[in-house]
Design a protein around this ligand. Structure first.
Ligand code: HEM
Length: 473
C-alpha cells in the first residue's frame, strides 16, 4: 500500500513555492488533472491528500477517523480547538448536536413548526436591505457589500444573542472590520500554517498578534452579552420568545448536572468561541455567495429576467416562503450554478485524520490534511460541457425541472457537513427574491466587472459596482 501519487517537493518546504498564493485552487486543480482524483503532496511539514472526486470525498468524510480538523498552526493557534469549526472528538460531538438542535428549534430546518418564524425573521431583514439599497442606489451604481454585510450580520446577531446594532454603531463596525481583516489575514498567513517556524519573522509575528488582538476584542463584546444573560437568567427574567444561541447554551448548562460528562463543555470560554463561529460561518459564506449571485445576474441580464419572471409567476405579490422554491426550478438552478461556478470555499474545508487509513488501494498517513478540492469537482469537464461558462441548464433536465446532482457538494458531505446548510439556503433564496422583485441589476460597464475572486479563507468577488435600478417607483 502506497501513498497516493503526487509531485515532488523541496526538503522542509515541500510544494509550497509552486502554490499560487492568489489562486491555490488553480495550482491544485492543474495537478489533479495530472495525478488523478487522489494525490498527495507535502506543504511544509503537513502531509496533504487532495481529493477531487465527490464520491471519494463522501466515502472518506463518512468515516469517524476523518472527523478531526487539519493540523494547521494558524487556526489551531487561534481557536485552540474550541467552538465548533475547530473542535474535535467529544467536544465536537456534543457541540455539533447542540448547535444542530438549536438550529432546528429556531426554524433553520427543512421541516418543523418554527420554519415560518425563521422565514419571517429573514424577510424582516431583507425589507431593511431593500430600503437601504433603494436609498444608496438612487443616484447610480453602488457596491452592495456594506449593505449586505450589515443586514446578514444583523440577522446573525439576532440569532446568536437576540440583539443587533444600528449601521453606524462603532462597536458593530469594529466587530465587522475585525471579522473581515481576520478572514483576509488568515489567508495571508497561509505559509505559517505549514512552516510554523516562520512565526519568528516580524511579518508573521505582526499578523498573529493582530489576529489574537482582534479575537480578544470580539470575545470581550461576546462576554458582555453572556454576562447580561447570566443576570437575566438568575433573576428569572422573562426571556420568552428569545431563541438565541446564548440563552439556549446557558439553559443547557443549567440543565446538566455536574456528574454528566458533557457538563464540562458548557463554559463561558467555549460559548464565546461558539458565538464567533456561528456569527462568522453564517455571515461570511452567505455574504460572499449573495454578492456572486448579484454579480452573475447583472452580467447575464437574460437569465436575470427569466428568474424575475418565475418569481412573478409563482409568488407574484405575496410573501415568499421556502416552499415556493420547490416550484421555482429555474431559480433553484441559478443559485446552484452560481455556487458551482464560484464556490466560496474552492479548496473546501480541510479535515485531518486521527489515524492512518486506506482508500482505493492507497494509504493516507495519520495526521495528514485532507483537502476536498471543490473547485476541481465543480469544473469537471466530463460532467459539465463548458464548466467555465455560466449556464443554469447544468442543473435542469430536458423538461426544465431542477435535477439533483450527486457531484454538487457546496456544503461538503459526511459527518462534519455544514450544520447551517438550511439556514444558508433560506438566506440565499429569500435575499434573491426580495432583491429581484424590487430592482433590475445592471452593470454600466460589463468589461470592468471581474469574475476572478479575492482569496482569503473565503473566495469573494472583487469590489465592484452594480446599478440597483428600481422596478416600481
Ligand atoms: C452559502 C452558505 C454556506 C456554505 C457554502 C457553507 C459551506 C460550508 C462548508 C463547505 C463547511 C465545511 C464542512 C466540512 O468540514 O466537512 C461548513 C461548515 C460549517 N458551517 Fe457552513 N456554509 C454556509 C452557511 C452556513 C451558515 C448560515 C451557518 C450558520 C449556522 C454555517 C455554519 C457552519 C459551521 C458551524 C460549520 C462547521 C461544522 C463542523 O465543523 O462540524 N454555515 N460550511
Amino acid at each position: 500500500r502506497n501513498l497516493p501519487p503526487g509531485p515532488w517537493g523541496l526538503p522542509v518546504i515541500g510544494y509550497l513555492p509552486w502554490l499560487d498564493p492568489d489562486a491555490p485552487h488553480l495550482t491544485l486543480a492543474t495537478l489533479a488533472k495530472k495525478y488523478g482524483p487522489i494525490y498527495s503532496l507535502s506543504l511544509g511539514s503537513v502531509s496533504t491528500i487532495i481529493i477531487s472526486d465527490s464520491k471519494i470525498i463522501k466515502k472518506i468524510f463518512s468515516k469517524d477517523v476523518t472527523t478531526c480538523r487539519a493540523p494547521l498552526y494558524v487556526t489551531h493557534g487561534i481557536m485552540h480547538g474550541k467552538g465548533l469549526i475547530c473542535a474535535e472528538v467529544e467536544l465536537w460531538k456534543d457541540q455539533r448536536r447542540f448547535v444542530h438542535d438549536w438550529l432546528r428549534n429556531i426554524g433553520a430546518s427543512k421541516i418543523g413548526p418554527q420554519k415560518k418564524n425563521m422565514e419571517i425573521l429573514i424577510l424582516k431583514h431583507t425589507t431593511q436591505l431593500i430600503e437601504r439599497l433603494r436609498i444608496e442606489g438612487k443616484d447610480g451604481p453602488i457596491d452592495s457589500h456594506e449593505a449586505l454585510r450589515h443586514q446578514i450580520g444583523s440577522l446573525m446577531c439576532e440569532l446568536v444573542f437576540a440583539e443587533s446594532w444600528s449601521k453606524d454603531d462603532k462597536t458593530w463596525n469594529d466587530l465587522l472590520e475585525q471579522q473581515e481583516a481576520g478572514l483576509k489575514l488568515i489567508g495571508v498567513a497561509g505559509p505559517l500554517n505549514f512552516l510554523p517556524f516562520l512565526r519568528i519573522l516580524p511579518m508573521f509575528k505582526r499578523i498573529m498578534s493582530y489576529l489574537l488582538e482582534g479575537q480578544k476584542k470580539a470575545h470581550q463584546i461576546y462576554q458582555n452579552f453572556i454576562d447580561k444573560y447570566e443576570v437575566a437568567l438568575s433573576n428569572q427574567a422573562c426571556l420568552e420568545n428569545n431563541y438565541s444561541l446564548v440563552k439556549a447554551f446557558l439553559e443547557q448548562r443549567n440543565r446538566l448536572s455536574n456528574k454528566e460528562p458533557s457538563a464540562q463543555f458548557y463554559t463561558h470560554e467555549q460559548l464565546r468561541f461558539l458565538m464567533a463561529d456561528i456569527f462568522g460561518a453564517g455571515l461570511d459564506t452567505t455574504l460572499a455567495t449573495s454578492r456572486w449571485i448579484f454579480l452573475y445576474l447583472a452580467l447575464h441580464e437574460d437569465i436575470q429576467t427569466k428568474v424575475r419572471n418565475e418569481i412573478q409567476m409563482i409568488i407574484n405579490d405575496r410573501v415568499p416562503t421556502m416552499d415556493d422554491l420547490n416550484s421555482m426550478h429555474f431559480t433553484a438552478a441559478c443559485i446552484a450554478e452560481i455556487q458551482r461556478i464560484r464556490p466560496v470555499v474552492p479548496l473546501g474545508m480541510p479535515h485531518g485524520c486521527f489515524d492512518a487509513f486506506e482508500i482505493d488501494g492507497y494509504i493516507v498517513p495519520k495526521g495528514s490534511m485532507i483537502v476536498p478540492l471543490l473547485w476541481s469537482i465543480n469544473m469537471n469537464e466530463e460532467q459539465y460541457k463548458n464548466p467555465h461558462q455560466f449556464n443554469p441548464n447544468n442543473f435542469l433536465d430536458l423538461d426544465g425541472q431542477f435535477c439533483k446532482n450527486e457531484n454538487f457538494i457546496p456544503f461538503q458531505a459526511g459527518k462534519r457537513m455544514c450544520v447551517g446548510d438550511e439556514l444558508g439556503r433560506m438566506l440565499l433564496f429569500l435575499i434573491l427574491v426580495s432583491v429581484l422583485r424590487n430592482f433590475q441589476l445592471k452593470l454600466t460597464n460589463k468589461d470592468e466587472a471581474s469574475t476572478c475572486g479575492d482569496i482569503g479563507i473565503i473566495m469573494s468577488p472583487k469590489p465592484h459596482k452594480i446599478w440597483f435600478k428600481q422596478i416600481h417607483e
